[in-house]
Design a binder for this molecule. Structure first.
Ligand code: 5GP
Length: 171
């Protein structure tokens, strides 16, 4: 396991993103929409550095199976999220091909929010080939499979306070 982003680097970036969101959403009472399960650590930290009133809600998206191989199929469960007439910000842990985000933003746009933006902590190169806009971006990272800070590998490693690249020996 090789550390890609330290706890301190992540904390600094989250503070920066929180400041940006606080500047942009004062008086707008936005709803942050976290994508379970990977978002939990990021969202929990982000909401505590946002200084303006906001709400949170959750959706569940999935593409990946138990390992590192994507099935390609996106599933999105919006639960009872209702952003009609609200300002909304999707909070994603990681964007890889952008398929999940594209699917999710399309579904949420149908609810006719006042605005819909995207905040993603980690962005892989493939995301730039997808028709998705990432309005608030944490880090550009290489095209490696990463874990930690909410991200799992078969439900393992979500608790790590840093982001790391897994290698063969970690299995
Ligand atoms: P996309 O649809 O953008 O290809 O993939 C998005 C989803 O795939 C993410 O929300 C995440 O669940 C999963 N994913 C993509 N890359 C990684 C990675 O490097 N590590 C982990 N743990 N999940 C990833």
């Amino acid at each position: 396991m090789k550390i890609l982003l330290t706890e301190q680097q992540i904390a600094e970036k989250v503070r920066h993103l929180g400041a940006q969101l606080s500047d942009d959403y004062g008086g707008k009472n936005p709803v942050l929409i976290g994508c379970l399960k990977g978002c939990v650590v990021f969202l929990a930290d982000l909401m505590r550095v946002i200084t303006v009133p906001h709400a949170i809600d959750f959706v569940r998206t999935s593409t990946y199976g138990k390992g590192q191989v994507s099935s390609g199929a996106v599933r999105a469960d919006l639960f009872d999220v209702d952003i009609r007439g609200r300002h909304a910000v999707v909070v994603e842990d990681i964007v890889d091909t952008g398929l999940t985000l594209g699917y999710l933003t399309e579904a949420l746009t149908k609810q006719e929010p006042l605005s819909l933006k995207v905040c993603a902590l980690l962005v892989k190169p493939g995301a730039y080939r997808a028709p998705v806009t990432i309005d608030y971006k944490g880090f550009d990272i290489p095209d490696d499979f990463v874990v930690g800070y909410g991200l799992d590998w078969g439900e393992r490693y979500r608790h790590l306070p840093y982001v790391a690249v897994v290698d063969e020996q970690d299995d």
